[in-house]
Design a protein around this ligand. Structure first.
Ligand code: FES
Length: 260
């Protein structure tokens, strides 16, 4: 049990998740690099990033709770207050607004009885008006727990919300099953442990979960192979041979004179 200045804080991660946290930490050359995955691990258990969870993460990676909070508050996928099992994000940027996003949001607000930013009483659904989801050609675009839905009408949005509330399976335009927020958080936290050919298969520390083992010794720079190294003198001779004026002292063409 951890004690804090303001009293006791409970340990958040279960024994199983605590050992998963240790596995994640072991993948990084610096423990603090595991901060974000560990916050997702907390979110996978608690439903959001709790204060106790942030303290525990700080303890594990050796940084202060304030530093953990500074990190957590930067990323919108890390929730600082309870949220629904499914987050419905409707884009409110230009393309989507022009093609009816406001009607989609309004209809969902009316149907669910919450304003954008809120969560239904049963804790099933949260609704948010999101910034551009980068699928403007599918406007009005919507996501449910980060799975895409394109050209969504108000009626379709309500239908999807009802299915989620009723526990029915919902699939995105890509055919992906929409997972719960906790599932998504766990997958995100452990991505580096599971990806074939990446961190999970490495025996030594690696950067992130997506690259092969890297040499991270301070001052090390990988050699670039296949590129001819040219020393400065040779480069200057080459430039002189072209007769180009490369001066930056104002002796070249004045603005507007070139090609006149
Ligand atoms: S403006 Fe809606 S996805 Fe880009």
């Amino acid at each position: 049990m951890t004690q804090t200045q303001n009293g006791s804080s409970r340990r958040v991660l279960s024994d199983e998740l605590r050992s998963t946290a240790e596995e994640i930490v072991a993948k990084y050359p610096n423990k603090r690099s595991a901060t974000i995955p560990l916050l997702f691990l907390v979110q996978s258990q608690e439903g959001y990033v709790t204060e106790d969870g942030m303290r525990e993460v700080g303890e594990i990676v050796g940084i202060t709770p304030a530093q953990v909070l500074a990190t957590a508050s930067f990323y919108t996928m890390l929730k600082k207050r309870p949220q629904g099992e499914y987050l419905i994000s409707v884009c409110r940027n230009i393309s989507c607004t022009h093609l009816g996003a406001r009607k989609v949001i309004q209809r969902l607000e009316d149907h669910l009885g919450i304003a954008a930013g809120g969560t239904t009483e049963d804790g099933k659904l949260s609704l948010e008006a999101a910034e551009c989801l980068a699928t403007c050609d599918g406007a009005p675009s919507m996501q449910v727990n980060y799975e895409d839905f394109y050209k969504v009408s108000p009626e379709e949005a309500v239908e999807i919300a009802d299915k989620l509330t009723g526990g029915d399976e919902v699939r995105s335009v890509a055919g992906e099953r929409v997972k719960t927020a906790r599932e998504i958080s766990y997958e995100t936290a452990t991505a580096g442990l599971r990806s074939p050919g990446s961190a999970g298969d490495q025996t030594g520390p690696v950067i992130g979960g997506e690259t092969g083992a890297a040499v991270v010794t301070e001052g090390f720079r990988p050699k670039v192979t296949g590129v001819e190294q040219i020393d400065d003198a040779t480069a200057e001779e080459d430039i002189a041979a072209t007769g180009e004026d490369t001066s930056v002292s104002g002796e070249g063409d004045a603005p507007g004179e070139r090609d006149a």
